[in-house]
Write a protein that binds this ligand. Structure first.
Ligand code: C5P
Length: 280
């Protein structure tokens, strides 16, 4: 698996949005980060710039784009914000450059860019295998109400995976040891929060807590009034599943009042993946 870890996971797209604007340029690809992205690279080390470059190469065109990204998803928070930017860039440049790339074309390019980029394009709820890029949508008319507790200091995904290997004593994770998420997929499609809660688990919690010991305490203390808590991706964001919209709104308000040092976001899912919202 090229040093990547084989996953069996369920993705859910939440309504915490990044905004990417794309303006035509005859040749240059450039990026300006607006609020929230201070300090991030704006050259080809940025996955959004890489997305535009890869799309341009794949279609053999010379057009350019001026990208502007307004970030709301915390950087290195385990919520795939960078992947969302890359997915949005693919969708926007496909329109801007009139490439008429199909969804499958874009999904293929997305998989080259990062493990989570295909899901950021697809959105909704999906079962992911491989390194997370091989997806099967889970079609279900359900709504989930989440409270997200973010941390000001991010965690590096490769470091969390490396810590997992270190703790488990793996040089390579055997694919047969990857637990399957079949029951969780069924529970998610049924929409029953208690059932979902009983099956929610993230193997990256152990290494994330090992790198950031106070995260475990935080997870326990903030999650007590929700139905269940789980680390989002490779952390450090903690996701709390609630029973209803009202319960989630209330929990978010209570946490904000009681723990002013924490950054709390309310989120609902599943929602659509990257899409064009406005053409000017
Ligand atoms: O695919 P992406 O660029 O998001 O992955 C970032 C890093 O996370 C990889 O370089 C790898 O170290 C780690 N990773 C992994 N197994 C996965 C996904 C990511 O080891 N399935």
């Amino acid at each position: 698996m090229d040093g990547f870890h084989p996953l069996d996971t369920v993705f859910e797209a939440l309504d915490i949005y990044e905004s990417v604007s794309a303006t035509y340029d005859p040749s240059e690809i450039s990026l300006t980060m607006l609020s929230g992205g201070e300090g991030l690279p704006t050259d080809e080390r940025n996955i959004a710039v890489k997305a535009a470059m890869t799309l341009r190469e794949s279609f053999g065109v010379r057009d350019g784009v001026r990208l502007q990204i307004d970030k709301r998803i915390p950087v290195a928070g385990g919520m795939a914000g960078g992947s969302a930017d890359a997915a949005a860039t693919l969708v926007a440049c496909n329109e801007l450059w009139e490439l008429e790339a199909s969804r499958d074309d874009l999904l293929e390019i997305a998989a080259e860019l990062g493990s989570d980029v295909p899901f950021a394009l697809m959105g909704g709820l999906a079962h992911g295998i491989g390194r997370g890029e091989r997806l099967v949508p889970i079609n279900a008319d359900v709504h989930h109400y989440w409270v997200m507790v973010t941390s000001r200091e991010g965690l590096s995904t490769p470091e969390v995976f490396a810590e997992f290997d270190q703790i488990m004593g793996y040089t390579r994770v055997p694919e047969t040891l990857v637990p399957d998420t079949l029951d969780l997929q069924r529970a998610l499609a049924s929409g029953n929060a208690a059932e979902i809660a009983a099956l929610m688990a993230n193997d990256l919690e152990v290494p994330a807590f090992s790198l950031r010991p106070n995260l475990r305490t935080l997870m326990k203390s903030v999650g007590e009034r929700g139905v269940a808590t789980i680390l989002s991706g490779s952390g450090p964001t903690i996701a709390i599943l609630c029973n209803s919209k009202g319960a989630a709104d209330q929990l978010a308000r209570d946490l904000m009042a009681e723990r002013p040092g924490l950054d709390i976001l309310r989120a609902n899912g599943p929602v659509a993946g990257a899409h064009v919202t406005e053409v000017i």
